[in-house]
Design a binder for this molecule. Sequence first.
Ligand code: HEC
Length: 188
Amino acid sequence: MRTTTTLTLPILLALSAGASAAPPAPGASPEERGGYLVRIMSCNDCHTPLKMGPKGPEPDMGRMLSGHPESFGVPAAPSHGDGAWVWSGTGTNTAFAGPWGITFTANLTPDPETGLGKWTEKTFLETFRTGRHMGHGRPVRPPMPVYWISQATDDDLKAIYAYLRTIPAVRNRVPQPVDPPEPAAPAK
Ligand code: HEC
């Protein structure tokens, strides 16, 4: 799927249901609770690429949470002009172009070279607490909902981190973000 397409919200919402499971039982492990949080906080919506299935686009769970597919590359972003439409996304729902430039969803699997394998729990929490790459680098750009996720408790973020350590590692090197061509718009 290489084209830029418009997916309507109901489709995206239905697709988000791709991986379902019961809520964690009382006394569940942090990993189990983290898996639940990842599902209900929609991380898969952007971090698991969509593929074309018999009924239309569906999450490619073989590449669960592995971010923007390296094989997709970095297609040129469409121009948005001054009209009402200010941003767009690829059909994979993993690359987004807007006033912030072009962003690609991160590989959240434990692959040591291309995923979060070398991230510590501290790095993970500080990314959300500061809104900066790995807790100290550049600002994390839209549409990553870092501001909303930052309102999770430390325990919830630790549970999400614990779960992400347990999922299958996928080797997928996500491209670096591309800066906007014009005077940089402030990161939101
Ligand atoms: C609406 C789409 C969207 C959703 C939902 C989303 N993300 Fe992201 N995420 C992104 C994008 C886009 C980036 C890349 C941002 C950048 O390069 O600045 C990203 C980057 C990240 C990063 C890397 C940050 C860094 O320091 O480089 C982490 C970690 C992350 N997301 C975790 C999560 C988790 C955990 C969830 C669910 C609780 C989640 N994301 C939900 C779009 C999303």
